[in-house]
Ligand binder design. Sequence first.
Ligand code: SAM
Length: 201
Amino acid sequence: YVFGKKKATEVAHLIWKRVIQNGDTVIDATCGNGYDTLAMLKMVADKSGRGRVYGIDIQGDALKSTASLLDESVTLKEKELVKLFSICHSRMEEIVPENSPVRLVAFNLGYLPGGDKRITTVSETTQLALEAAKKILIPGGLISLVVYVGHPGGMEELETVEAFASGLSVSNWICCKFQMLNRPLAPALVLLFKREVAETQ
Ligand code: SAM
């Protein structure tokens, strides 16, 4: 089933569904037009009003677009579970309340579709954001990244992500990458699972 999906984002959503539980706290580190934020909200929202999605984007236009997608797609009560922040994702620790059990931090790197293609995520802040995500993620959680290699800087960013993943301890993390071998310019999906219990080596 997973392999029948053509897009890295679709594969990512299927995997998130296996990880996220109702009532969880999750972070969309690159809201863009809000499709990932919406998918996450559907996964965390429960009837008693638990579940939080912290959405981040450096562009105000992206957050506006995310807010209108939510207005069209969810109830007011559900929308209240989403908190949007116009900051760099390297600062994610500042917005999530201490001791919040963050089970997913998702990145969809690159530029805002339909927006200014010159404004893209960059390796340096992506690296800082990954370090922040690593700190706040609970055991059993996931850092998910869709990385576009077909635009300038994209391949370098994938190298940064891969270097970060390769440096994570084997006893605490399972790190893997999905890539379409017959579509070399298709986005890669990098998944960093934090183990529930550290393995003794
Ligand atoms: N997930 C989005 C969706 O479903 O529509 C698409 C995300 S888009 C590919 C990447 C987004 O990352 C852009 O909206 C861009 O403004 C944002 N971005 C770039 N650098 C950022 C940074 N340092 N911190 C937070 N967001 C950033």
